[in-house]
Design a protein around this ligand. Structure first.
Ligand code: XMP
Length: 308
């Protein structure tokens, strides 16, 4: 078992051996896996690595600034605001699987343009052990990925033998900020899987504001170190409410707070009631479009963690 420092030295040497003087590219999400990979590869090949951070318009509040500030001076960092491209393609799409497919397809289109511009021969990916153990059970050392343009990229997966807790140890050793190393999992399609029904800019913004309130209150109560994921979902259901002395007909928001070890199963922990109440009160008073807040109490299975 290598120490974090030994792992880092070993990984840097292996990356140098694999990539040499060629160029590489990574899609950096700001999560711990892609962040650790980006920094390891930067240490090995310097600015021959381009780290591309794509805003699909479905990121959380403050996320663009947070990721940009963390990495702009550490990496050859490229921020792409592709939010219009994503939101235009998603307009009017309600089916969850269709949304996921569109987000995936547009992401590849955006990323491919950057890969061509960068002249990359290698694609760095933050694959970790559970990703491939579950999907194929085999160790693949060198394999390629063909982009729709026909461009072939050789995969470089520096942390594919690590588990999440080990990736976090490496992140700490690399001096990444705690907000990056201990960031809660956030799905690639972002808030796109947390808005049920039509994905408009307005709906995404309601979900974003509600999500911020959940995060603020969970973190203020110190619960973020105890729970796995905590977020808000905007439903397409409406409920009658009364705000001031006016009747209102607004959205139902669902708060989901779950505990898990590996996301394969999850349970809803007992929560301090005052935190739940504060979240509910803040959402209905600070977001005019919302009249009703519900707390999800379903474990996984039978529910999944995300709603879409
Ligand atoms: P579910 O909803 O399947 O989620 O119980 C399990 C874990 O995976 C995350 N998740 C995703 N992560 N791309 C990702 O990178 C996705 O499309 C995606 N869908 C779900 C989810 O947040 C949870 O941690």
């Amino acid at each position: 078992m290598l120490s974090p420092k030994e792992f880092i030295d070993d990984a840097i040497q292996k990356i140098k051996d694999q990539i040499g003087d060629e160029k590489a590219i990574i899609a950096l999400s700001g999560g711990v896996d892609s962040s650790v990979c980006s920094v390891l590869v930067q240490k090995a090949i310097g600015d021959n690595l381009t780290a591309v951070f794509v805003d699909h318009g479905l990121l959380r509040e403050g996320e663009v600034e947070q990721v940009t500030n963390t990495f702009k001076d550490r990496l050859n960092f490229k921020f792409i605001d592709a939010s219009d491209e994503f939101m235009d393609q998603l307009a009017g799409v309600e089916d969850p699987e269709e949304k996921r497919k569109i987000i995936g397809r547009v992401f590849i289109e955006v990323f491919e343009r950057e890969a061509i511009k960068s002249g990359a021969k290698f694609l760095v990916q933050g694959t970790i052990a559970p990703d491939w153990i579950e999907s194929d059970g085999k160790i693949k050392s060198h394999h390629n990925l063909a982009l729709p343009s026909g461009m072939e990229l050789e995969l470089c997966e520096p942390i594919r033998d690590l588990y999440k807790d080990e990736v976090r140890e490496i992140g700490d050793e690399l001096d990444l900020p705690k907000t990056t190393v201990y960031r809660q999992p956030f799905p690639g399609p972002g808030l796109g899987v947390r808005v049920i029904g039509d994905l408009t800019r307005e709906n995404v913004e309601i979900c974003r504001k509600a999500n911020k309130i959940v995060c603020d209150e969970v973190e203020k109560a110190g619960l973020d170190e105890e729970v796995w994921q905590y977020f808000a979902v905007l439903t397409d259901s409406k409920a009658t409410g009364v705000k001031g002395d006016q009747r209102d007909f607004g959205y139902l928001v669902i708060v989901r707070i779950v505990n898990s070890v590996d996301a394969m199963t999850a349970y809803v922990p007992q929560l301090p009631w005052e935190v739940v109440q504060t979240i509910s009160k803040r959402i209905t008073s600070e977001i005019s479009e919302v009249t009703h807040v519900a707390l999800s109490i379903s474990d996984k299975p039978p529910a999944t963690i995300e709603f879409c």
